[in-house]
Every structure is written in structure tokens, then in C-alpha cells.
Design a protein around this ligand. Structure first.
Ligand SMILES: [Zn+2]
Length: 286
């Protein structure tokens, strides 16, 4: 199948009060797992080219592999660049990514706004929606003073207005990765306040290890895209370990079991996000 229209998928989620699932692909088998999950869940999926894969195989190879596998499947998908710096954003536009996240959240507010606006202008010229981040999302295990990390509501309002960004990733208590399988509790009132102040769909990164109740509350507060990676990687790994713990087997048998378990885990995420069965709804709205 060709690309799904990311604008339509996000608008549909916004109208329907659910969220799309965005998961990192890492290899042929993990890309297949995400596409199979999308088909089983009757939901679209954002296939994310994340930060770890770029030094591993390069942006072009990661994109071309994902596209080749996705085009051969029946799933509805978007190929999304996650946390792209400027040079990668430009390369991603040339390669044909259909959705892009730029990340200038490490800069001060004015510089984040200026750089994000520049990214939005060029991406919109190519019809590509842009996600940006405000506030900082710590990595698992980092010592954190949350006051310096959480997204400020007033800044979010200004950021959305001045950048014209389409989706905003917020920091509301989550981390990239998981801490002992758990994340700290989410600041749900902050998420609703940012939704009300900005009026745009919000994104929650690091949504692994977040409880089902917190996921539901975050959806109700305005999260329209969840990014999850760690839980799915653990599912893949458990499949490999289960096969190889019985002694040596073919590589293919091990990764096939990883792929099977990752598919199950991704369907479960899509169910939590409220995305299952939304495919027909998205094309009806066309
Ligand atoms: Zn992230």
C-alpha cells in the first residue's frame, strides 16, 4: 500500500478522541511486526525511524528498507522521522518521509521557536506535517529536577502560535525508556491545560511502562499520538531469548518468535490508544 495521509490520520484521531500509535522499527522483522499489528488491529501505524538506527544503518537505508516492506503490506502506515536534527530533516524530505519531528528542545525558547518555525515552513512546502518538542524528556535513570523538564503551559501556547507546528510533544512526567519497568505518574492536568492553551494535537513520547489508566487519562487529556519503543523491544527480545534458551536454533526461528511477540505487544498498545478498528473511520472521512 502507498502512504496513508498523516494529516487525515491525526485529524481523525483528534475528532475521535483516540491516539495513533508510533513505534520504532529496527530491522526487517520489527518493521513487519508493526505492520502485522496494524493489520490485526485495523489501525494505522506510524513507523518511526528513531535515533538508534541512524548511526547503525544510516537514514537512507533505514527509510528504504521500511518503505520496501511497508509498500508490500496491506497496512496503512506513515514513515516518520523521530527527533530529527536539521540536516536529517532536509535529507528526510528528499528521501520522501511523510511525517517529521524536529527537536530543538535543548535550546532556549526563542531559539527553539525560530528553528522549529523554519522547519515547519520548509516541511509544509512539501505537504509534510511537523511535530516538535517543548520541555525536556529525560532518559531513564537520569537524576531529574522535574520543574526544569515539564512543559510550561504559557510557553506551549506561545510556541504553538509562533511556530505553526502541527503536533506538540510534551514533557509531563515521562522518560525515554523505562525505570524498573515503570514510569513516574503523568501530570494529566498539565496535559489538558496545554491542549486547551494550544488547540493542537499533543504527543507523548516514552509511553512504555505507562499504566493503562494513565494512557487512558492522557488520551482524554488530549494526547493524539503515543510513541513507544522499549516495551516492544522487550517483547521482541523475550521471543529471541525463549527460543535460544533451549539451546542453539536457527537465527530465523529466534527472530520469528521475536516478531510474533512484538506483533502481539503492538496490538495491545494500539488497543490502549483506542486506535483499534479506526481504519474504516479514517477513510470514511476522506
Ligand atoms: Zn522521543
Amino acid at each position: 500500500m502507498p502512504y496513508a495521509d498523516p494529516w487525515k490520520l491525526i485529524n481523525q484521531a483528534q475528532a475521535g478522541g483516540y491516539a495513533v500509535g508510533a513505534f520504532n522499527m529496527h530491522s526487517e522483522e520489527t518493521t513487519e511486526a508493526l505492520l502485522w499489528a496494524a493489520i490485526e488491529a485495523n489501525a494505522p501505524v506510524f513507523l518511526q525511524v528513531g535515533r538508534a538506527i541512524v548511526p547503525h544503518m544510516g537514514l537512507r537505508r533505514a527509510f528504504e528498507m521500511t518503505k520496501r516492506i511497508a509498500e508490500a503490506s496491506e497496512a496503512e502506515y506513515v514513515i516518520h522521522l523521530d527527533h530529527g536534527p536539521w540536516d536529517e530533516v532536509l535529507e528526510a524530505i528528499k528521501l520522501g518521509f511523510s511525517s517529521i519531528m524536529c527537536d530543538y528542545a535543548h535550546l532556549d525558547l526563542d531559539a527553539n521557536i525560530a528553528n522549529t518555525r523554519r522547519t515547519v515552513e520548509i516541511c509544509h512546502d512539501f505537504g509534510i506535517p511537523v511535530e516538535a518538542e517543548l520541555g525536556r524528556i529525560p532518559d531513564a535513570g537520569e537524576e531529574v529536577d522535574w520543574d526544569e523538564y515539564l512543559t510550561d503551559v504559557g510557553e506551549a501556547e506561545r510556541f504553538a502560535k509562533e511556530t505553526g507546528v502541527d503536533l506538540l510533544a510534551v514533557s509531563a512526567g515521562i522518560v525515554h525508556g523505562t525505570v524498573d519497568g515503570k514510569s513516574p505518574p503523568l501530570d494529566i492536568p498539565r496535559i489538558s491545560a496545554i491542549r486547551d492553551a494550544t488547540g493542537i494535537p499533543l504527543v507523548l513520547h516514552g509511553a512504555s511502562g505507562v499504566s493503562a489508566e494513565d494512557v487512558r487519562a492522557a488520551r482524554e487529556a488530549g494526547i493524539r499520538k503515543f510513541n513507544a519503543d522499549t516495551d516492544l523491544r522487550h517483547a521482541f527480545r523475550s521471543g529471541i531469548e525463549a527460543v535460544w534458551s533451549h539451546g542453539d536454533s536457527q537465527f530465523e526461528d529466534a527472530v520469528a518468535e521475536g516478531r510474533r511477540r512484538m506483533t502481539v505487544a503492538a496490538v495491545d498498545k494500539l488497543r490502549q490508544y483506542g486506535a483499534c478498528g479506526t481504519l474504516g473511520a479514517a477513510s470514511d472521512a476522506a
